[in-house]
Design a protein around this ligand. Structure first.
Ligand SMILES: Cc1cc2nc3c(=O)[nH]c(=O)nc-3n(C[C@H](O)[C@H](O)[C@H](O)COP(=O)(O)OP(=O)(O)OC[C@H]3O[C@@H](n4cnc5c(N)ncnc54)[C@H](O)[C@@H]3O)c2cc1C
Length: 391
């Protein structure tokens, strides 16, 4: 018997939203559903920020407050506590991107370590996260991935990257917190994967603490997972994976075309969906050895995972399976799942407005009418507005 289809329940989905917050969300999704507006808005905002025009207030009151928890970790606490009342945990995501200096890498690492101190005290934050390029230069990952030798200076720099990974993963084990390591562009990912595997080998000896990310829009990821599994079995450590579809599709396709190599991306959306769902099946079949964090807003994949858990006889709150969504998106999935006792966490991005712009632009682009997600958000928000009017 399959699980009940629960995601249409808007009363549960939006219980934390006041009427005015509901209106703001509706207005925002309506705006970003208009693709040309997002294109022009993105260009204008980038220009305004670079030109130091006073647009921060406007950004904060609209996209920023909808998709981000605040400018620093303390700022996010009210959101964290509110969501936890409904059983939804938080993953605090320091979303500053595109930095390239040692000082900024040290700062990003210190922010994550500080969040883990928070997590030690707060049950609402059981998971930490970071991006490989938040801890070291993109160029270094790329060079290492190509098998090219580092100069002495680069080697010294890379040693610091490894030390940052190690400091966070060690603390995760000491404090019994999971740490998710995001995946990025395929041409830097090989070096990141090797490093994360090293960390798993070192710290996942008793249970999965360190989680790598598999982007299932890449057609080579099932094969990669099977190889990693064989290695982990042979050497006696556990695996943890966040699985996602992948956020850099256009960039990947464009680069492949420009450089004349076959794209690493699946041939169609349906092929990505099949790949993602095959991966869910594979991990659930090996749940004794591999823990899962399913980062998705896709309802069918979420129902599939619920069904697989049921078929395998897992409790809804089995500690080895987590569902994850981004703050500001798909509350209908997060809160309906948590109401049935599933483990759910939302990524809460935070950081100075100017620095989280690349993240916000990705979210706006992902939510245009072209990408398709907005229609569903708008339908559900409209349904909830109507339901409240009838009360
Ligand atoms: C908690 C969480 C953590 C995340 N962490 C990461 C991360 O570390 N790295 C990362 O890259 N992304 C990450 N993402 C973003 C994620 O990869 C997706 O971009 C996003 O979630 C949309 O996919 P979906 O499964 O929610 O839903 P859907 O809307 O069903 O899928 C959209 C996705 O399908 C794929 N797709 C669309 N069209 C095609 C096509 N024509 N051919 C092939 N594939 C296609 C693309 O990946 C697209 O993003 C994360 C998302 C969440 C919720």
């Amino acid at each position: 018997m399959s699980v009940e289809r629960i995601f249409d329940n808007t009363e549960v989905a939006f219980a934390l939203k006041s009427d005015s917050e509901l209106e703001r969300a509706y207005f925002l999704f309506k705006m970003i559903s208009i693709e040309p507006l997002v294109r022009i808005g993105t260009a204008a905002t980038n220009f305004a920020i670079k030109a130091h025009l006073p647009v921060k207030g406007l950004i904060r009151a609209t996209v920023f407050d909808h998709f981000c928890g605040g400018v620093n970790e303390e700022d996010c606490l009210p959101v964290i506590n509110k969501m936890y009342e409904k059983g939804v945990s938080s993953v605090l995501d320091f979303s500053v991107e595109g930095k390239e200096s040692e000082k900024e890498f040290d700062n990003a690492c210190n922010v994550v370590l500080k969040i883990m101190e928070f997590s030690k005290e707060l049950k609402a934050i059981p998971i930490a996260v970071f991006k490989p390029t938040g801890f070291g230069r993109f160029y270094l990952y790329e060079k290492l991935g190509k098998g090219e030798a580092f100069t002495d200076k680069e080697q010294e720099e890379w040693n610091k990257v490894v030390a940052r990974f190690d400091a966070v993963c060690k603390k995760a084990k000491d404090y019994n917190i999971a740490v998710l390591i995001d995946a990025e562009e395929s041409w830097m990912q090989d070096a990141a994967d090797d490093l994360v595997t090293e960390m798993m080998k070192k710290y996942n000896t008793e249970k999965p603490v360190v989680y790598n990310t598999l982007q299932m829009y890449r057609h080579d990821r099932m094969e990669f997972l099977k190889k990693e599994y064989a290695k982990a079995k042979a050497e006696g450590y556990f695996l943890g994976y966040k699985i996602v579809r992948g956020a850099y599709m256009e960039k990947e396709n464009e680069r492949a075309e420009e450089n004349g190599y076959p794209t690493p991306i699946c041939a169609s959306k349906a092929a990505t969906d099949d790949n993602f769902n095959d991966c869910l099946n594979y991990i659930l079949d090996h749940i004794e050895d591999i823990s899962l964090f399913a980062g998705t807003h896709n309802e069918e994949s979420s129902y599939l995972l619920m069904n697989l858990m049921k078929q395998k006889g897992l409790e809804n709150n089995d500690s080895r399976v987590w569902f994850g969504q981004l703050y500001g998106m798909s509350d209908h999935i997060s809160f309906n799942l948590s109401s049935l006792g599933y483990n759910v966490a939302k990524y809460i991005p935070f950081g100075p407005v100017r620095d989280v712009m690349p993240y916000l632009i990705r979210r706006a682009e992902e939510n245009t009418s072209v990408a398709g997600q907005t229609g569903r958000e708008l339908t559900l928000l409209t349904k909830e507005k109507k339901r409240r009017k009838k009360l």
